[in-house]
Design a protein around this ligand. Structure first.
Ligand code: GTP
Ligand code: MG
Length: 585
């Protein structure tokens, strides 16, 4: 008890000295106090812990005063960069934490040296020092924001196309050419591919990382990788071509800004991929619906003996593809570019075409095209929207997704829709880097507090609290019917799986509102009860669980969708009106 009274007294004395900012006297008085305390407590047989508490208090004060001194006494040279300030700040914080948690033994012998330092660098006004530190911090944050703003733009590029067209091979080749995979690793992949009797798949093994993919030579999960050109940072999304994995392809394409449609020029392979039932057509239609606004069509395997860089073969493929791309909604003059390449040989990828290999092609290389490609600007100041594609537990809840609108900062308060859970942003990771803020188009991992990972599903949207994304169980849409199973009729009561951004949900058509005249593109007046293949209709769609969608005209990325049944895409559509949207936070 008595020692408590003494501790308070000492704290009072010590504080007095801190206010005067005289550390020399302070340190000497502390030494004296410590001696006195030890003496007194040993005389009084007071519990040892009390002494430790007093010592801890004293140490805390010493460290506080030293901290002030750092800022005040000009220990940091005037020309020291702001990074230095940041590090000192951080160290101070760490030190404070340490003192609170474990009260380490102070090096009291340090005091006279500090005193000498002080004599050389006289103490200034603490208020001014704080102001200076705050200014430096603000300048640093501004510089960071500027660096962030000046960062190369970022684009997600999805590789699509029929099975075995060479998507993973091109992805692997890009990583090799950009120095992310070395010769030794390539030799390792060659050996592994040979053991699995898949010799020519060694480049694809860079992207296809799991056992099943390597054994079968087919991508299953969307592969991810990063590379840069002069102007742009790219995330490659290597979609599977096999028809069984179209849902995975949809998830890859729904995150993409631009698409690379890979077509095999090898004899017979272009034909199989392009025929009905081949994935070339389905992938193009899905990509367009999912918001992939630009397409680079790479005519691959031009080195194959059946092709041998033949201009005729290349022209034939281009001529057949153009009408189809037009009918899928692409402007083939503005939004599409064709290129001959060899993914396996790495030709016309990072460097322009070798004229000895292909004398008739004088166009740009694949990287040049990607570098120059323009996409519509996104609004960094719009309401924040990040559809969640995945989540996991890692020191809290981490959600993954692509920012479709607005910006996010550490410390932001956001809302997870549709379940309206308010959350706080603790950390933001862009690729492998921790960042303070991120704008639209970025693929992020965001650590949030205020929600458990089990309360989040793919398709939920991390959203602004001021203008949250609408959540509905019903909406009106304009649909283009592609191919109904067994030429069935499409009518009210039709059930399908709805894929919209990262949402996968069973839905039912509850009303056919009108049919669209294919010539005028306007709704027809007469009432309809059913439509068939190829028709365009306006209809009302219902889902049993609330989902986050937007009108296509407001947010195309959250307003385009596909309907699938039994593993086949039967229709593509866009949301035109929301019924009974609940968006109040
Ligand atoms: P999925 O993931 O199953 O859709 O296939 P993919 O499009 O990723 O094809 P992948 O890269 O796995 O390649 C399939 C086969 O085509 C492999 O045997 C490759 O070696 C071969 N291939 C890919 N690109 C080229 C090329 O430029 N030239 C030749 N000759 N073969 C190629
Ligand atoms: Mg693949």
């Amino acid at each position: 008890m008595l020692s408590g009274v003494f501790a308070d007294l000492f704290r009072f004395v010590a504080l007095g000295f801190v206010i005067f900012g005289d550390q020399v006297v302070l340190c000497e008085v502390f030494l004296y106090i410590i001696d006195l305390t030890v003496e007194f407590t040993s005389l009084q047989h007071v519990h040892h812990n009390s002494v430790i508490n007093i010592e801890a208090d004293i140490r805390a004060l010493q460290l506080d005063s030293a901290e002030e001194n750092n800022g005040v006494g000009g220990v940091i040279p005037a020309d020291q960069n702001s990074d230095g300030v940041e590090i000192v700040d951080k160290m101070d914080e760490d030190l404070k934490d340490e003192v609170q948690e474990s009260a380490p033994v102070p090096d009291v012998q340090q005091a006279p040296e500090d005193h000498d330092q002080e004599m050389l660098h006289p103490v200034h006004n603490p208020a001014k020092a704080k102001e200076k530190a705050a200014q430096e911090k603000a300048a640093k944050e501004e510089a960071e924001e500027e660096a962030e703003a000046n960062k190369k733009r970022h684009l997600n590029v999805v590789f699509i196309g029929h099975v075995d067209a060479g998507k993973s091979t091109i992805g692997g080749q890009i990583l090799f050419l950009s120095g992310q995979v070395d010769d030794r690793q390539i030799q390792k992949y060659e050996k592994e591919a040979k053991e699995k009797s898949r010799e020519s798949w060694y480049m694809a093994y860079i992207m296809d990382t799991n056992e099943e993919e390597r054994a079968k030579g087919k991508t299953v999960e969307v592969g991810r990788a990063h590379f840069e050109t002069e102007s742009t940072r790219f995330t490659i999304l290597d979609a599977p071509g096999h028809k069984s994995y179209v849902p995975n392809m949809i998830s890859g394409a729904s995150q993409a800004d631009i698409g690379v449609l890979v077509i095999s020029a090898r004899k017979g392979e272009f034909e199989t991929g392009y025929e009905r039932g081949g994935q070339t057509r389905e992938h193009v239609q899905l990509a367009k619906t999912l918001g992939v606004s630009k397409l680079v069509v790479v005519v691959n395997k031009m080195d194959d003996p059946t092709v041998n860089w033949s201009k005729e073969r290349y022209d034939e493929i281009e001529q057949k593809m153009v009408p189809f791309l037009k009918s899928s909604g692409y402007n083939t003059k503005k939004d599409v570019i064709f290129l001959p390449i060899s993914g396996l040989m790495g030709i016309n990828i990072d460097k322009s075409m070798d004229r000895n290999v292909c004398p008739w092609f004088s166009g740009p290389s694949f990287f040049e095209v990607l570098n120059a490609i323009e996409v519509p600007p996104r609004d960094p100041n719009g309401p924040f929207r990040m559809p969640i594609i995945d989540k996991f537990k890692d020191m809290g809840t981490v959600v993954m997704g692509k920012v479709e609108s607005g910006s996010i900062r550490e410390g932001d308060s956001l809302i997870v829709m549709p379940n309206k859970e308010h959350v706080k942003v603790v950390a933001i990771y862009c690729d492998e880097d921790k960042v303070k803020r991120a704008g639209p188009g970025e693929n992020l991992r965001v650590r949030i507090t205020g929600i458990e990972d089990e309360d989040i599903l793919a398709g939920f949207v991390l959203s602004s609290t001021v203008k949250p994304v609408p959540a509905v169980t019903e909406f009106v849409a304009q649909l283009q019917i592609l191919e109904l199973l067994d030429n069935a009729i499409f009518t009210a009561g039709y059930k399908a799986i709805l894929h919209i951004h990262a949402v996968v949900e069973e839905c039912e058509i509850i009303e056919l509102i009108s049919q669209i005249d294919m010539k005028t593109r306007k709704p027809m007046k007469k009432k309809i009860l059913f439509v068939k293949n190829g028709a365009a209709v306006v209809c009302r769609i219902q889902v049993s669980n609330s989902i986050c969608v937007e009108k296509f005209s407001d947010f195309p990325q959250l307003g385009r969708f596909t309907l699938r049944t039994e593993g086949k895409t039967i229709a593509v559509g866009k949301v035109t009106a929301l019924s009974g949207a609940s968006s109040s936070a």
